[in-house]
Design a protein around this ligand. Structure first.
Ligand code: ATP
Ligand code: MG
Length: 444
């Protein structure tokens, strides 16, 4: 993409309404624009990040055996009356009436609808063991939308729903999603911490929130810092028994302030490993037994011909919260430092002097060759000063920069800069190109 032909509205000044680093950088870098409180347009650069996150989630969900579909944003109120949640949900639910005065709502989540779909199609124990997911916009009329896309009112969620014949199978689905979430977050360059969460009236230990550390986080968490060096793996794939993998992650102390037990923390965690910090919730998984299946009559015939209700769980990731959360975890004083797999562009090509014929010719040639090799490149071919070009590229955070000035152009050389480390090296144009193609392989 040539910057001169692109749509990238960079703000010179820091926007006054921004209340966190990520919000400020996303507004300044032209990733988003506020439409109303907690409602945002995703500008071209931001949309690229969102799409990359979606692609990782979709890929990992499918590896785990979950099946994608798409449910609507609008739902009939009647469905929620049947589950008993219509009145209980309160003011966060946006209620709408159509021209016939039929009650609708903008979905804040999809347990009811997913269960109703399952009820209509899954009939026998042979049909059980399905996980359906979608990636769809939600609306929750949050009392205090803030931190940009991190606590929006309209937000994109990846949410999945599992339907199993019995509790043991439901637990296996839960563990699959547990590992799937860990792996998805790791692929985005994040270090997720699973924290046991409230399970509500059903009890049990099958509810976890996934949190990443960030100064601006809304939760206060206490954990064993050794969790941060664990690596997510699904040795043998998602079909094998994942309970050991889940135990490995849940054996370390981790709690949110409301459930924190200071005595257990002191007893179980050596002083040097005790970590008290703020965190952002990026995902939440939940087993709720036959709660919705019962209410919406989602039953199947078991081997003995008996009618039973499905055992279910739901699994949600804040897709549009993630760009904000990732930036909170990965930025410096110059701007965003995107992990490669979610960067809007893998490479930024900077022509430091668009008036210089040799320089422009070399840049055009490098650009053409990168396009040929399918490298995800943003080419700053504009008439801006070199200084402005450096700051724009640092601000929007492309992981690698390829910089060409008139002096290097004369000898057919280019400089490669790594955004994260700041490390620079001058190479022949040919070698630089080769190095970049290598770097771009990290794409999902
Ligand atoms: P929170 O405690 O942050 O309000 P929640 O527990 O209400 O979130 P869930 O119902 O568990 O949220 O939704 C699943 C995921 O959706 C959350 O883990 C979070 O990443 C994301 N999410 C929830 N509310 C918002 C919001 N207002 N804006 C952006 N993402 C959100
Ligand atoms: Mg939650």
């Amino acid at each position: 993409m040539r910057l001169s032909e692109y749509f990238l509205p960079i703000l010179k000044e820091s926007p006054a309404e921004a209340d966190t680093v990520s919000h400020r950088l996303m507004l300044r870098g032209g990733f988003i624009r506020q439409a109303a409180a907690g409602i945002y347009s995703w500008l071209p650069l931001g949309l690229r990040v969102l799409k990359k996150i979606e692609a990782i989630l979709r890929d990992e969900q499918e590896k785990a055996g979950a099946i994608e579909m798409l449910m609507p944003t609008l739902q009939p109120a009647e469905l929620w009356k049947r589950s008993g949640r219509y009145d209980g949900y309160g003011e966060e639910m946006l209620r709408i009436a159509d021209r016939q005065n039929r009650e609708l709502l903008y979905g804040p989540t999809n347990e009811e609808m997913a269960t109703e779909i399952a009820a209509s199609a899954l009939r026998s124990y042979r049909d059980a063991g399905k996980i359906l997911f979608h990636i769809q916009w939600k609306f929750r009329d949050e009392i205090r939308p803030r931190f940009g896309v991190m606590r929006g009112r309209e937000f994109l969620m990846q949410d999945g729903y599992s339907f199993d014949a019995d509790e043991a199978a439901a637990k296996r689905s839960y563990e699959k999603m547990f590992v799937c979430y860990l792996r998805s977050f790791a692929r985005m360059g994040l270090k997720p911490i699973p924290i046991a969460a409230e399970t509500g009236p059903i009890g049990g230990d099958l509810s976890h929130e996934f949190v990443i550390l960030a100064k601006s986080g809304e939760s206060e968490i206490f954990c064993d810092r050794r969790i941060l060096s664990l690596k997510a793996s699904a040795v043998g794939g998602y079909k094998s028994d994942l309970s050991e993998e889940v135990s490995r992650w849940t054996s370390f102390y981790a709690a949110e302030s409301a459930r924190h037990d200071p005595k257990r923390f002191d007893d179980e965690v050596a002083q040097e490993n005790r970590l008290a910090a703020r965190g952002v919730e990026i995902g939440h998984i939940f087993f709720f037994g036959d709660k919705y299946a019962k209410a919406l009559r989602a039953s199947f015939t078991d081997r003995d011909g008996k009618e039973r209700f499905f055992q279910s769980g739901s699994y949600g990731i804040g897709v549009s919260r993630l760009p904000g959360a990732i930036i909170e975890a990965s930025h410096d004083e110059h701007g965003i430092v995107w992990p490669k797999p979610v960067a809007p562009f893998a490479v930024g090509l900077l022509n430091l002097n668009a008036q210089d014929k040799k320089c422009a010719a070399l840049c055009d040639q490098l650009y053409a060759e990168m396009r040929e090799k399918d490298v995800d490149v943003l080419y700053d071919d504009s008439d801006e000063r070199a200084g402005a070009k450096f700051s724009t590229m640092d601000l929007i955070g492309t992981p690698t920069q390829l910089i060409v000035g008139p002096r290097d152009a004369k000898d057919s050389r280019a400089e490669i800069k790594d955004r994260a480390t700041g490390e620079r090296r001058v190479l022949s144009a040919e070698d630089a190109l080769r190095a970049l193609c290598e770097a771009d392989r990290a794409r999902p």
